[in-house]
Write a protein that binds this ligand. Structure first.
Ligand SMILES: [Zn+2]
Length: 306
């Protein structure tokens, strides 16, 4: 039976052998990730807010320092001229990042919807510099091989992130960084978005206790992402002499209520098979070296004095 049908019936989906068991990740007590750094790399203002705002809020609350990198200039979305759209998206990106608690924002400003024409080496080099400079342990980004991905900005960004993750640990790549005092630093953990139906996932992250932060992030996405649909609906109804009690008495309340009621269906659906109020899906890759290698064990067992 198809996984999506199983989920509609409230039955946990089958495992895919190549992905391993699906792990349900719940809130961790304390701050187990203190000292660790993650970079969320997306292309557009509203990518991280929808795909991973809950995970980002959770990791920051558990001790991570988070940085956000936006690769495109978002010039095509926002209802204005390209220049107006770039400014609107830029300003809203800062507000969205502040709402989630990111420490710093980086914008690459590649031309929106045209990122398949940029040099892959250019974007990879810029990511490698940032990953090394910030000492990034964990990345959150697009699945570079994600099924059904139709937006070139998404897959170009995902491919560059995947390449940068291991090359930033290789000292012979961009050796001038070392001359500048920036050391190699490999990324050890990766979370790829569940970006389109049918994409693989092996982690279901419980974001129930972080849903207010996710709503905080989405309501800042007004140039794109539907963050102001609630206040727009409230204004339209008022012109027609009507009101919806759901939308409250002010624009902020209306926007938050609209997001909660109408824009988080995926999160609720992803949580349902596991008894969670809200969840996000990820394809997680763990590249952390084992504490003891097979060679360590062999040496310990068989090494003899000279
Ligand atoms: Zn996008």
């Amino acid at each position: 039976m198809h996984n999506q049908l199983l989920e509609k019936l409230g039955i946990a989906p089958f495992q895919r052998a190549d992905l391993g068991e699906i792990q349900v990740i719940r809130d961790a007590p304390g701050r187990p990730h203190e000292g660790k750094v993650f970079a969320a790399v997306h292309a557009h203002l509203d990518d991280v807010p929808y795909y991973a705002a809950g995970l980002c809020a959770k990791l920051i609350s558990e001790g991570y320092t988070g940085y956000i990198i936006r690769t495109s200039n978002d010039e095509k979305r926002g209802g204005g001229t390209p220049a107006e759209n770039i400014l609107r998206n830029e300003q809203e990106h800062y507000r969205m990042a502040a709402a989630l608690g990111f420490k710093e924002v980086f914008d690459f400003y590649y031309q929106n919807h045209e990122m398949d024409a940029i040099s892959s080496l250019d974007i990879r080099g810029r990511l490698i510099l940032l990953f090394r400079l910030l000492k990034v342990d964990t990345v959150i980004s697009f699945n570079p091989w994600g099924h059904g991905e139709e937006n070139p900005d998404h897959w170009v960004t995902g491919r560059a992130v995947e390449e940068a993750c291991w090359m930033c640990g290789v000292e012979t790549d961009f050796p001038e960084h070392l001359e500048a005092g920036i050391q190699p630093y490999p990324v050890r953990e990766k979370y790829y978005f569940y970006g389109r139906p049918g994409q693989p996932y092996n982690r279901v992250v419980d974001i129930s206790s972080h849903i207010e932060k996710k709503i905080d992030a989405i309501v800042e996405c007004r140039a794109q992402g539907g963050g102001n649909l609630g206040s727009q609906l409230r204004a339209r109804l008022a012109r027609e002499g009507k009101r919806l009690p759901l939308l409250g008495d002010d624009d902020r309340t209306a926007d938050r209520a609209f997001v909660r009621e109408f824009l988080l269906d995926d999160d609720r659906e992803f949580g349902r098979p596991y008894g969670l109020a809200c969840a996000e899906r990820f394809y997680y890759i763990d590249l952390r070296p084992p504490a003891r290698t097979k060679v360590d064990e062999y040496v310990e067992k068989y090494a003899v004095p000279l």
